[in-house]
Each structure stands twice: as C-alpha cells, then as structure tokens.
Design a protein around this ligand. Sequence first.
Ligand code: CTP
Length: 215
Amino acid sequence: MHAMKKTRNILITAGGTREYIDPVRFISNASSGKMGYALSRAAIKAGHSVTLISANVSLKAPKEAKVIDVVTSDEMFKAVKAEFEKCDCLIMAAAVSDYKPAVSSNTKIKKEQSVLSLHLKPTQDILKWAGRNKRANQILVGFALEDTHLLENAEKKLKRKKLDMVVANEPAAIGADCSTLHIKTKNENWLTFENITKAASAKLIIQDIIDIQGK
Ligand code: CTP
C-alpha cells in the first residue's frame, strides 16, 4: 500500500506589478507570468493546492487554482500578507517593481516643454517581509534575474532574504519557453539546467520544495 501523499498549500506570485505615475501611465518590469503559471500547473499536477496571486498576466490560470488578481506592488503585498499564514510554501516568481512614484497624480499629467523628473521611492520588499515573518517549516523561494555575476548575486539574495531556494536566470528567459536555469537550495550546490522548458523546470522546483520540507 502507498502512503498517503501530503498535500501542501502553495502560494505563488506571477507577472509584473504596475506602479502608477498618473491614472494612465505606469512603470513596470518585463514579465510574461509564464514561470508562475507553469509553477501553478506543476504544483496542481503534483496534487497540491495552489493560490496564485497574479499581476497583469494575460494567460489562462489552471481552473483548480484560487486566483487573486492584483495590479500594484502594494496590492500584491496585501494579498501575500493575507495568504501567507495558510501556506506551506511561498514562491515569489513575480517581477515586483523595486520602486514606485513618490507621488501619483490623480489626474493625467499634461505634456510640457521642460524636462519631466520622476521621483521614485522603494516599494515594500515582499520576500524580505516573508523571510522575517516565516514559521520554521515554511519554505521561501525567490527568483533572481541578473545580467552580471548571476550566481554570486543570486546567492547573496538567498542569504539576505532568508530564502530556502533561489532560482537564477538571465534576462533572455523573459517570455521564453526554454531557457537556462540555475537552482540553489540552502546548503547545497548550484544545479544548472540548460535549455529547459518552463514546464520541466517548474516540475523540478516543486519536487525540490517537497524534498526540502520532507515528504
Ligand atoms: N521581490 C519582492 N518584493 C520586491 C522586489 C522583489 O518580493 N519589492 C522578489 C521577487 O519576486 C523575486 C526576488 O525578490 O523573487 C528578486 O529580487 P530583486 O528585486 O532582484 O532583488 P533585490 O534585493 O532588489 O536585488 P537587486 O540588488 O538585484 O535589485
């Protein structure tokens, strides 16, 4: 007889947040949401229950997932805070904007002849908050997109944000179906997967998370 497989509650963020300058202009990061959605499908396929916090993604979510749509980093933070306690694992696949306009105009900014300067202030680092507030057995997974010193910078992120796993890739991975991916679990060596599909890497990541947590 097979032992019953334990179902985990997995919280996944996907897409790119928008930070509004005025009602129609925003700053954002390039992100298709493909990775977060692939992770959601892989987790559901493996029998887990998924809450997907989705920011500005034009993909179809798996029908088994509980989807929470957000637009801004503030909304994403609020949704993560509301769901965090219930989850066994948080995967921050979203490209959260690091900065937002210091002031956002309620009306559309009119064009003028002079230079327009934009003052930005940092957004809340959601992963950092989760690292500070997690229970001992909660797993935190972060992503690192770097164009220089990829592994070195990603490893710093793993430590600084108190992650259990970091997934590192290069800007070429944005929107691509296949890319090179590096995965590091706390206290383990880097694993590199070349030219792997998002579906295959998502399956690996979900499997690794379950291995860390213990079956
Ligand atoms: N992230 C987050 N909240 C933010 C910004 C990023 O939770 N406000 C998460 C992303 O979802 C991703 C990881 O942190 O999982 C990426 O971190 P990044 O923004 O690259 O990290 P920084 O610490 O800002 O590092 P850098 O110095 O490279 O900007």
